[in-house]
Design a protein around this ligand. Structure first.
Ligand code: SF4
Ligand code: SF4
Length: 371
């Protein structure tokens, strides 16, 4: 479209696919004359590859997203496309928790359209790898790859990125490339591939004086500010019109100040704590509790504010002088540092955390590191 080779599209458009490209296709279709534009996806809404804000923007432009429908057939009459027939599926999970989409048995659904845009991405294809090399493939034709060493079932052959575990993003691909490089280095040296060099971690106190810290700890209860959008009627008139207007200076500064300092951690030193509860009183989100220890489920319910997110581990101290423990719910901590500012003994400290991943060059004593 940017090359100018397409200037218009039919009134009724179906876009197949659930990634960001599909979102681009449907929104572009609206600008090229598509009035009844639908995105139809085989997966559920939450599993779609598109970023949440892209889906939000498509829906805002009156584009419905229909899920769990697998295209079965393009229908046509007199040599002209009339629509697409879809089979309804539902997600089921096997014993390993892997998802499969199976037909529900409901009647097929037909959607009429003038144009179909296929935005389903590409898949791995390894038909060129001979099947008698000792390289095993799974039922989807993907090589079996060790998730730690990235080695295939044939020693000395490694996979990473989309070729190893299917599509993710460039960050995963680069990280897996580094891990595979560590394995290849070990392999060439005759070492143990499962012996992985640990990353370097560090914590440095951010205290600069009695009430001075090297980071800005103003907290704000503001939700994310939405980037203002151009009026929909205007935005849909021309594909070249910018939709997001951007923040003005005031809004931009306010948005930047919502930073939660997630690299600055609360560090607790049990021997210094005199259990005065001052930190409990000052914490704006009630995430610190001094209480008797107990089983996790029981403990979660006994905190000053019950810790409901089971995916987030609790921080539980060693036993204090009174026999109680300090429990902190990391899930709601704002990293504001008020506990450390209020603590009379310095039992709380705010420390900046750094992580430096090991790379293949570190194994041999090199200095290549990245944060
Ligand atoms: S950093 Fe702020 S939110 Fe977190 S425990 Fe301390 S006072 Fe509470
Ligand atoms: S303010 Fe400091 S000394 Fe008092 S209970 Fe909290 S950590 Fe312990």
């Amino acid at each position: 479209m940017s090359f100018g080779h397409i200037e218009k599209i039919g009134r009724r458009v179906i876009v197949l696919g659930g990634g960001n490209t599909a979102m681009d296709c449907c929104r572009t279709s609206r600008r090229l004359g598509g009035e009844d534009v639908k995105v139809i996806v085989r997966s559920g809404f939450d599993e779609m590859k598109a970023s949440p804000w892209e889906k939000e923007d498509a829906i805002h432009e009156d584009i419905p997203i229909l899920n769990f429908l697998v295209p079965k057939e393009f229908t046509h009459k007199d040599g002209k496309l009339t629509g697409v027939l879809f089979e309804e599926v539902a997600a089921t999970f096997d014993e390993k928790g892997r998802r499969k989409l199976l037909p529900t048995g409901a009647p097929d659904q037909h959607y009429e359209c003038d144009d179909v845009l296929v935005a389903v991405g590409q898949e791995n294809a390894f038909p060129w790898i001979e099947r008698d090399l000792g390289l095993e493939f799974d039922e989807w034709g993907m090589p079996k790859v060790d998730p730690v060493t990235f080695q295939s079932t044939r020693p000395g052959v490694f996979f990473g990125g989309d070729a190893a575990f299917g599509p993710k993003n460039i960050i995963w691909a680069v990280a897996q490339g580094h891990e595979a490089a560590v394995s290849i280095d070990r392999f060439c040296q005759g070492g143990d591939l499962t012996d992985r060099p640990p990353p370097m971690t560090n914590l440095v106190s951010q205290k600069m004086g009695i009430h001075e810290w090297s980071y800005d700890n103003d907290i704000s209860n503001d939700q994310r500010f939405r980037v203002p959008l151009r009026e929909k009627v205007e935005a849909l008139k021309d594909v070249k019109i910018e939709v997001e207007l951007g923040f003005d200076l005031k809004q931009g500064l306010a948005e930047a100040q919502r930073c939660l300092n997630c690299d600055v951690q609360t560090v607790f030193a049990e021997p210094l704590c005199i259990e005065c509860d001052a930190c409990v009183d000052i914490c704006p989100v009630d995430c610190i509790t001094f209480t008797d220890n107990g089983e996790e489920e029981d403990l979660r319910g006994r905190l000053k504010a019950p810790a409901l997110n089971l995916d987030q581990a609790l921080m539980v101290s060693a036993e204090l002088k009174t026999g109680r423990v300090m429990v902190k719910d990391e899930d709601v901590c704002l990293h504001c540092g008020l506990c450390a500012e209020r603590c009379p003994t310095g039992a709380w400290d705010m420390q900046r955390f750094t992580l430096e991943m090991s790379h293949a060059s570190d194994v041999g004593g090199g200095a290549c590191q990245a944060r």
